[in-house]
Design a protein around this ligand. Structure first.
Ligand SMILES: Nc1ncnc2c1ncn2[C@@H]1O[C@H](COP(=O)(O)OP(=O)(O)OP(=O)(O)O)[C@@H](O)[C@H]1O
Length: 252
């Protein structure tokens, strides 16, 4: 079975430093993979290489077997790689609802259903409201994004990603900076998407309770290299992880 997303020997060097070192992995629909590792291990850089924010020094990124290594981030988004960014792709002077509606509209355009822009404006509005409900932001639909709390901005990013209906969903520490009552909303949502079993979900996560709650599979990066990849129980009990990751005092 062709993986949805694959990396083959993916590598990036910054000067003399190899931040991601020859990483090969396959990501399949219906599977949630958490990428863990100590600070500076290369997790975010690996994400950036897959979503196109950074160009690889060597190696390839494949989407459904197609080589997309030289494609930029916008082309990868159109092809089905979605990423909940850390507050960089929001329009602060538009409302919450308008932000999601733009994503719904972009998705409708990508599907070449150009007529839908004109014939079903109401449909676009309703679909945007649907995604806002899923992230518990319906009550904020008329609020300017600039006025949102940090946690609500993170939820809005998730709504925007859902609205783009990508096959691959990448979350970079989705609950970082959220208050305790906001965290379950995002975790429940990721659980729901996972239960649909149609998406490949990738998460970079430090919090071990979140890892335990969500992971079907764990990949461990250390000094840019993939040092473990497998089922959570086996990976977390392996000697290399105990040493490389759990041994580092900075994460619980
Ligand atoms: N644009 C860049 N230029 C130079 N070095 C970089 C760049 N981006 C990342 N690095 C370096 O690459 C290494 C990996 O960084 P990265 O942010 O991917 O780690 P991480 O595992 O996500 O860490 P954290 O858990 O702290 O977020 C680090 O040593 C970092 O300093």
């Amino acid at each position: 079975m062709t993986a949805l997303l694959s990396t083959r020997g993916l590598t990036i060097r910054f000067g003399g430093h190899t931040a991601v070192d020859n990483v090969s992995a396959d990501f399949h629909a219906g599977q949630l993979t958490v990428i863990v590792g100590p600070n500076g291990a290369g997790k975010t850089t690996y994400f950036n290489l897959m979503s196109g924010q950074l160009p690889a020094t060597s190696g390839t990124v494949l989407l459904r077997g197609e080589d997309i290594t030289r494609r930029g981030p916008a082309a990868r988004t159109r092809k089905g790689i979605g990423r909940a960014f850390q507050l960089t792709n929001l329009f602060p002077h538009l409302t919450v609802h308008e932000n999601v509606r733009l994503a719904v509209q972009a998705r409708a355009n990508a599907g070449m259903k150009l007529w839908s822009i004109w014939s079903s404006h109401r449909d676009l509005i309703e679909r945007a409201d649907h995604y806002l409900q899923r992230v518990a932001l319906a009550g904020r639909r008329g609020t300017l994004v600039a006025a949102l709390s940090h946690g609500d901005k993170r939820k809005l990013e998730v709504a925007i990603m859902l609205a783009l209906e990508p096959e691959v969903m990448m979350f970079d520490e989705p609950t970082a900076g959220m208050s305790v009552d906001e965290v379950p909303v995002v975790l429940d949502l990721i659980q729901q998407v996972k239960a649909e079993r149609t998406k490949a979900i990738l998460l970079v996560e430090h919090k071990m309770d979140v890892v335990r709650a969500l992971a079907d599979r764990i990949i461990v990066l250390h000094n840019g290299a993939l040092v473990a990849d497998g089922e959570p129980a086996a990976v977390m009990s392996s000697a290399i992880v105990q040493e490389a990751y759990l041994g580092s005092a900075s994460h619980d």
